[in-house]
Unconditional design. Structure first.
Length: 279
């Protein structure tokens, strides 16, 4: 087995929802970390290949967070392996194997690491709890109305702190027991979007309305708010995936890897509400 504890770990997307929790978690545990993003400590931009080499320099292990565009992903993985990377942990998305329109960058990242010849693990989380207090839905909830084509199929939303802890375990494992594994990560129980909004409204102490939209009405609202056509189509495809039920059952990845239950949505809402997330 290869010892990965002393590796230098490159975290892509280090200023994102998961990355900004993962980096301090790893550093507190004594690991060497390169925190990379367009605006991070280490500059990394998927659209600027000249930034890839300096970001990769010295790293043995990579937390791979793919862009929406799949085109550059394979080249980055090949360059990383050629430069000495021996392990990838891919932050993907639950259910993307059932979609041809949503998550194409994540799907390409999964494919690329499988063919890389080095150790790889994929984590596929459900929708993040923190999507409700940050982008994309935080501003809408603060306005008092969240309108989505979610349907009645529930979603076991997952907390980003659980995802970060799982990533830390996988990035720093001292053996290869996680090689070739795909772990699905979710919260402990599934909620409809309407139920989730009700929980958040009570935590915020103010009325917030959930409105069910048709797919066409949702895309029309996105267009009217200035969302680019390609992004609007991608978001609509995401909800098509949810409504098909591919992500609705709670998954066991968090308790399996962390040895404890996943954090509940109610706990998340109480913390976020107390912090004024929806005030």
């Amino acid at each position: 087995m290869t010892d990965h504890v002393t590796n230098e770990i490159l975290v892509l997307g280090a200023t994102g929802k998961t990355g900004r929790l993962l980096v301090p978690l790893l550093r507190t545990a004594g690991h060497r970390v390169r925190a990379a993003s367009r605006s991070g400590e280490v500059t990394f931009d998927w659209d600027l290949p000249d930034t890839w080499g300096p970001a990769l320099g010295g790293a043995n292990t990579v937390q791979l967070v793919a862009p929406e565009d799949p085109e550059p992903v394979g080249a980055l993985v090949r360059q990383a392996v050629a430069g000495g990377v021996t392990r990838f942990v891919v932050l993907s998305g639950r259910g993307i194997e059932h979609s041809s329109d949503f998550g194409t960058g994540m799907a390409e990242a999964e494919r690329a690491v499988r063919e890389s010849g080095v150790e790889w693990t994929v984590i596929r989380p459900n929708n993040f709890n923190q999507n409700f207090d940050q982008d994309p839905w935080g501003p809408l909830l603060r306005s008092g109305r969240l309108a989505l084509p979610a349907g009645s199929v529930p979603e076991p939303f997952v907390d980003v702190s659980d995802i970060a802890e799982v990533s830390a375990v996988l990035l720093t494992a001292t053996g290869d027991e996680h090689h070739g594994q795909i772990y699905e990560l979710s919260g402990p129980r599934a909620l409809t979007f309407g139920e989730a909004v009700g929980i958040m409204a009570r935590a915020a102490g103010r009325p917030v309305v959930f409105e069910e939209l048709t797919s066409d009405a949702y895309v029309a609202e996105l267009r009217a708010s200035g969302v680019p056509e390609a992004f609007a189509t991608m978001l609509d495809s995401m909800f098509t995936l949810f409504r098909a039920g591919h992500t609705s059952a709670p998954a066991d990845g968090v308790p399996k890897l962390l040895g404890r239950p996943a954090r509940s949505f109610e706990d998340y809402a109480a913390r976020a509400g107390a912090a004024g997330a929806w005030s």
